[in-house]
Design a protein around this ligand. Structure first.
Ligand code: FES
Length: 108
């Protein structure tokens, strides 16, 4: 694994999220209380754009069918629903984050 510079720490305030593309991977970066976390930014169900989802604490809610993931770990917390039927999302990949010299690096 190697760490790739993604953004400056000042680019993302606490409580905010953004999508970055690192070496062809779309990654969701989140700042929670000035700690940074990185997961896949596409939902594991049908590719919902999690950067457009609602962030509640450390949980991100998929804007398509409502699956909930913990951005600190990538773990699926709750399956969403499609036509009242539970979908089958899986955990997201989560990536280590390192801060150095005012920059945010993601381990790929
Ligand atoms: S695409 Fe995310 S729950 Fe369906």
């Amino acid at each position: 694994m190697r760490y790739v510079k993604a953004i400056k720490t000042s680019d993302l305030k606490s409580g905010q999220k953004m999508e970055v593309t690192i070496e062809g991977k779309d990654i969701l970066l989140i700042n929670i209380d000035n700690k940074f976390y990185a997961t896949d930014s596409k939902c594991t169900h049908m590719g919902g754009e999690l950067n457009k989802g609602r962030l509640e604490g450390s949980h991100i809610i998929c804007p398509k069918h409502g699956s909930v993931f913990d951005v600190k770990t990538g773990k699926l917390i709750e399956q969403g629903k499609m036509f009242s039927i539970r979908v089958k999302a899986k955990d997201l990949n989560s990536y280590p984050v390192m801060l150095e010299g005012g920059d945010v690096f993601i381990g790929i």
